[in-house]
Design a protein around this ligand. Sequence first.
Ligand code: 13P
Length: 246
Amino acid sequence: MRKKFICGNWKMNKTAKEAEEFARNLLEEDLGDKDILIAPTFTSLYPLKELFKAKVKLSAQNLAAYDDGAYTGEVSARIVKEFCDYVIIGHSERRNIFLEDDEIIRKKIKKALENNLKIILCLGEDKETRKSGGAYDFVKNQILTDLKDFEFNKDNLTLAYEPIWAIGSGEVCNREDAQKMCAFIRETLGSLFGDLKDEIRILYGGSVKGENAKDLLECPDIDGALVGGASLKADEFLKIINYKEK
Ligand code: 13P
């Protein structure tokens, strides 16, 4: 049984003060044993760690493809690990704006694993690829290229299907298509990792909000959400966390 995993990716938003305010608002709610994660900017990891303790997990949004050394502006997996257990790798914004290719992504995965960081690997096609019917081949290729020859367990790998056209657009992928792609991702994982595929969590990301969370999260192969914009306000993020009670 895969436990639902609700993750917020803050991207380049919030000062440390604003992050603390969010944390205090979130913690006013009884979160029980729900599996919740926030990926803030690097500068907010420390204050959030102090406030969240074990109640909310923390993730970096990125890490260097290198060990500590002369790489101005970069943050290594070893340094990140001091504050959090997770790291997002391969977000489409990193792939497209910062031109991270599969080779860089594999180097980052290697560094994360060497430093016991758990990986949230993002996948997803753009609009043209979806329209031309190439989405499944595209995502399959991302999985096979990025993950082949690595060893994972059920805890240190999470996948996030984030169709690029649904990110920040308000155009959410409908539940049938999202479920179909997440089931396909699981099947593809099976070709690399066998039965482990049934234990690895697969998230959906792209315009998830309080109002559409239930629809998506009830799908059998969607094990959680990776939320951008709607994770920036505690009350909206809480609606997603508490989607079952809606
Ligand atoms: P939005 O929820 O703002 O569409 O962003 C999704 C995302 O990119 C999360 O990583």
